[in-house]
Design a protein around this ligand. Structure first.
Ligand code: HEM
Length: 521
């Protein structure tokens, strides 16, 4: 619902945007060089395109339009800055992951949320060495914390299976009824992430708070709000604008949540006996070489885990089950593979390499749904030459992941859900260096690629195999089945599938998830 201050402030916001445009136009065109700049819209055309992308809350459509007009490398030069869009996986690899350019393209542009909500850039996702010299150590620490639950490690598996037992019991109780997939999947994904953070299943109140904080920070990170607050941080003090309330809500919710997820576990922390990620980080903090690590660094990393892990995984799982309801023959093939390779025992991470069809289904979902549709913004710290063109210093660079994952030149019949495209003649996954696999950039590439990739894929695997082993996923009976067209997704930093319903009907041979025998002591 729109509040009075929101509607009353739209004129002020428009005026402020106009002011930003005029000031920046002068600075921008003053520095235009005569080098061979990458092609793309300039001046008013560029501004019109940017405004339209900002209004839609997503660059994807605009990027596709530009790409048709200018080719795969697009540089949009407008008064508000240089925006470069990479519309091919080859260009993304060249810009972000080649030895010649990766040191110039892997910073992040400054954003308000990093300074205001993430303890002055004490985080991995939106920070960079230019804001925090210790950033490389933070990224390494993030990896280490995730490794505590890394691939194949029993601890993560048992926590996820615990949650899946709870979920399957809930779904059995709903037997035959339409299930609200948004609620079921996002609640379950949040419970798992918070359990991994503290080692204990969270109170529903804490999970609700974490969800609220994710929603509020996404609002703060949305293009218009972020552009304005980054340029004029003092706007947050003006009473007539919506930013004052937003900022207050973010800080209150964040501090409350950090009390639950950091202060309380810290009070009962026993050195050397980690229960979850917070304890792992507290143990690390005590080491001589980690003197740089303050409590705020730990809080920032915990906030990153919640922000990065919940919505991306929720959207991947929601999309995967929607595709299965639309493609029952894929669901049946997946169940055949599960039945023949796993049978009735509980699925485990070790099974992943034995179930190529399940892996192909995950990759096909990541291709079609591309939850991180534009990745995260990169910043060039010097002029970069790519394909014989210059992308100037200070440009914000996005990869149009969703766009090229649907490119018919790369993926034949791109709108079809066809997991077989990732399998060879023997039904095995194509090797990682196959050109088709190389065209998949769902998790980014290079120094800023996703830290949680294997963590995310392992979790999706356990969810899909456990649920498909026990249930048939069917279209809803009391609601319309959501179509799988572009309009079924809402724009945002993470592409969000609109709410939909499905039926989970227990399979005839239903078996209950029972813990498998531990292979580690
Ligand atoms: C299906 C699920 C996921 C997808 C599709 C995904 C995708 C991405 C993408 C595209 C990026 C940006 C890469 C770039 O800037 O070029 C990213 C960054 C990141 N992701 Fe993920 N992600 C997923 C799940 C996760 C999970 C589960 C975690 C943590 C547990 C995680 C942690 C991160 C972090 C920390 C970064 C920032 C890395 C950096 O800036 O150096 N992600 N992810």
């Amino acid at each position: 619902m729109e509040t009075v201050s929101e509607s009353g402030s739209s004129v002020t916001v428009a005026l402020l945007l106009g002011l930003v445009v005029v000031i920046l136009a002068y600075l921008r065109f003053k520095s235009t060089s005569s080098k061979k700049l990458a092609p793309g819209p300039r001046g008013l055309d560029a501004l019109r395109g940017m405004v339209s992308a900002l209004r839609e809350g997503s660059l994807n459509r605009q990027a596709e339009q530009w790409s048709r007009q200018y080719g795969p490398l697009v540089l949009c030069r407008s008064a508000v800055g240089d925006l470069c869009v990479l519309n091919s996986p080859r260009l993304v690899r060249e810009m972000f992951a080649s030895r010649e350019t990766e040191h110039l393209t892997n910073n992040r542009p400054r954003c308000f949320v990093g300074w205001f909500a993430l303890y002055d850039f004490r985080d991995v996702i939106v920070s960079s060495p230019q804001y925090r010299p210790e950033w490389p150590k933070m990224r390494k620490m993030f990896h280490q914390a995730i490794k505590f639950y890394g691939d194949g490690v029993e601890r993560m598996e048992s926590k996820v299976m615990e949650e899946l037992r709870r979920l399957t019991t809930e779904l059995e109780a709903d037997c035959g009824q339409d299930v609200d997939m948004d609620h079921v999947i996002s609640t379950s994904a949040m419970r798992i992430v918070l359990t991994l953070v503290t080692g204990e299943c969270p109170d529903p109140e804490v999970a609700a708070r974490a969800k609220l904080l994710n929603d509020l920070t996404n609002e703060m990170f949305s293009p218009i709000t972020d552009t304005l607050l980054t340029a004029f941080p003092w706007l947050r003090h003006l009473p007539l604008l919506p930013y004052r309330k937003l900022c207050r809500d973010v800080i209150t919710t964040r501090d409350c949540l950090m009390h639950d997820l950091f202060t309380e576990p810290k009070a009962t922390h026993v050195r050397g006996q980690p229960r979850g990620i917070v304890d792992v980080l507290l143990d690390e903090q005590e080491k001589e070489e980690n003197q740089w690590m303050t409590d705020d660094h730990i809080r920032g990393l915990v906030l990153n885990i919640i922000a990065a892990a919940v919505s991306t995984s929720t959207q991947t799982l929601k999309a995967l089950f929607l595709y299965l309801t639309h493609n029952p023959e894929v669901a049946r093939k997946l169940q055949d593979e599960i039945d023949s390779k796993i049978g009735k025992r509980t699925p485990r991470l070790q099974d992943m390499s034995d179930l190529p069809y399940a892996e192909a289904v995950t990759w096909e979902t990541l291709r079609l749904a591309s939850p991180a549709s534009m990745g995260l913004p990169h910043l060039t710290t010097d002029d970069v030459t790519v394909d014989g063109y210059i992308v100037p210093k200070g440009a914000t660079v996005f990869a149009n992941i969703l766009g090229f994952h649907h490119d018919p030149e790369i993926f034949s019949d791109p709108e079809a859900f066809h997991p077989e495209r990732f399998l060879d003649d023997e039904g095995q996954m194509l090797p990682a260096n196959d050109p088709l696999r190389q065209s998949m950039i769902a998790f980014g590439v290079g120094k800023r690629s996703c830290v949680g990739e294997s963590f995310a894929r392992s979790r999706v695997f356990l969810y899909v195999t456990t649920l498909l082993q026990q249930f048939d996923v069917l279209p809803p009976t009391q609601h319309e089945l959501l179509p799988v067209t572009r309009s079924s997704w809402k724009n945002g930093i993470v592409l969000e599938l609109k709410p939909y319903h499905a039926v989970f009907r227990p399979r005839e041979h239903t078996q209950h998830v029972t813990p498998h025998r531990s292979t580690q002591s």
